[in-house]
Design a protein around this ligand. Structure first.
Ligand code: FAD
Length: 460
């Protein structure tokens, strides 16, 4: 008789949880995963995937517009929002099914419901209880809305994909990547979008040039950016939601009416009602679960990965962390070394219009970390726009550590920036120097070739 029902019990069937559960089961472990909602978690259901699908939808608007310069004639088609929502929902349920299959094929037991710890080895899901030798908490996070008057009238990113009706006038509150992406996407889909952010620049933590450049590009596409502003409160009226601003002084901009207000001002880890205290799992800053470099919590056989640890909140990071846990518990895949997770040079994209792609250090962070750096920057009109009539520009920037010639920061604002930057991230993980970039032959004519042809550093 085994001492426990399971070798590993995973709480949360999102990016990190599903990866850990299925890889552990493939290594022969007896595994269960508890999920209270649709399988796949935030990324699949209300994050990366539906957002990217809507971003594709939104880009058609500019493509129709730009096609005229290439000789295409005729009226631009109009958006059938209901059809887009239906098609997205169908694709997401297909993915939910694939996730279930991915778990069932290697023999993972799926338990539907809210899981909580009764003690350090016992998990309760509704009326059932299970014991496990090891437990992985991968419960992710949720959006938080500040306590403003009229808070009950706002929505979060979770609701944006199924809005009914389509918001003709949308206010986005926040300046992080989720706020910027939704502003761009709904602007492209046809909403009149205002974005309000309390700071004077978008995207804190990103390179300063990228921050300024994207603000000017988003404004060009028609997003009304109101930086250095705050919402004082929201009233529901017969015409829509009446938004009152703080810090505006007097004038007509002090309040305005929209159909929908999206708050994208932050997320918090899902740690409530989990029985963490009963199990002895300690929380750190901002309610996130504290873990060591092997993702062990204060109780060594209870692990935590992904957004619930509030480190780097990205799907590929949650996946990488899950693999570290599986390798440590059940051994690495045949012929492979046990995985370790490195937080250096994590590439990321922001699906604004145009996109942002970035890997490594911002210029400011690089100067702090490495001392002397040399910066290369190029800002140009892409070949496509010589005919398209669009005024969109592309920004590319390299930050090079003087002492080693290593490229430590690479940033792009422009079409498909994420696709471009992914490849360069491999080179940068491998320690590529500026000399190696210079000796790389460009692919002509592309925008990406600019990264290997920048010769003149920015002065000063
Ligand atoms: P999640 O994927 O959130 O999964 C947690 C799961 O646990 C959920 O399914 C939840 O229902 C379940 N759960 C919670 N508590 C319990 C319980 N007690 N019992 C049972 N089940 C429970 N990342 C990217 O890399 N690229 C992107 O483009 C991107 N875009 C995003 C856009 C938006 C709008 C948002 C909100 C996020 C985006 N992210 C993106 C972030 C990404 O979605 C998360 O980093 C990732 O999903 C984290 O995975 P996770 O496993 O930690 O948690």
């Amino acid at each position: 008789m085994p001492a426990f029902d399971f070798d590993l019990f995973v709480i949360g069937g999102g990016s990190g949880g599903v990866r850990a559960a299925r890889m552990a089961a493939q290594r022969g472990a007896k595994v269960a995963v508890a999920e209270v909602a649709a399988m796949g978690g935030t990324c699949v259901n209300v994050g990366c995937i539906p957002k990217k699908l809507y971003s594709y939808a939104a880009h058609f608007a500019e493509s129709f517009e730009e096609s005229h310069g290439f000789g295409w004639k005729g009226e631009a088609p109009t958006l059938d929002w209901e059809l887009l929502r239906t098609n997205r929902a169908r694709e997401i349920s297909r993915l939910n099914g694939i996730y279930v299959q991915l778990l069932e094929t290697p023999g993972v037991t799926i338990v539907r419901g809210w899981a909580r710890l009764n003690d350090a080895h016992t998990i309760a899901v509704d009326n059932q209880t299970f014991t496990a030798k090891n437990i992985l908490i991968a419960t992710g996070g949720k959006p938080v809305v500040p306590d403003i008057p009229g808070r009950e009238h706002v929505v979060t990113s979770n609701e944006m994909f199924d809005l009914d009706p389509f918001p003709r006038r949308l206010l986005v509150v926040g300046g992080g990547y989720i706020a910027c992406e939704f502003a761009s996407i709904f602007n492209g889909l046809g909403s009149q979008v205002t974005l309000i952010h309390r700071r004077d620049k978008l995207l804190t933590g990103f390179d300063e040039d990228v921050r300024s450049f994207i603000a000017s590009e988003m404004a060009k596409t028609g997003v009304n950016l109101q930086l250095g502003q705050e919402v004082a409160g929201i009233d529901k009226t017969t015409d829509g939601l009446l938004v009152h601003l703080k810090n505006t002084g007097q004038g007509s901009d002090a309040s305005f009416v929209v159909d929908t207000v999206l708050y994208a001002t932050g997320r918090s880890p899902n740690t409530a009602e989990l029985g963490l205290e009963a199990a002895g799992v300690a929380l750190g800053k901002a309610g996130a679960i504290e873990v060591n470099s092997q993702y062990q919590t204060s109780v060594p056989h209870i692990y935590a990965v992904g957004d619930v640890t509030a480190r780097v909140q990205l799907t590929p990071v949650a996946l990488g962390e899950a693999m570290v846990v599986v390798d440590a518990l059940f051994g690495p895949a045949t012929g492979k070394a046990a995985r370790q997770m490195s937080y250096d040079f994590i590439p990321t994209a922001v699906f604004t219009h145009p996109n942002i792609g970035t890997v490594g250090y911002s210029e400011t962070a690089a100067r702090e970390k490495f001392g002397k750096v040399t910066v290369f920057r190029s800002d140009f009109k892409a070949l496509k726009h010589t005919l398209s009539g669009s005024t969109e520009r592309t920004l590319m920037k390299l930050v090079v550590e003087d002492a080693t010639d290593r490229v430590v920061g690479l940033h792009m604002v422009g079409p498909d920036a994420g696709e471009v930057v992914q490849g360069f991230a491999v080179a940068m993980k491998a320690g590529a120097t500026k000399a190696i970039f210079d000796s790389t032959i460009g692919i002509h004519p592309t925008a990406a070739e600019e990264f290997v042809t920048m010769r003149e550093p920015v002065k000063g």
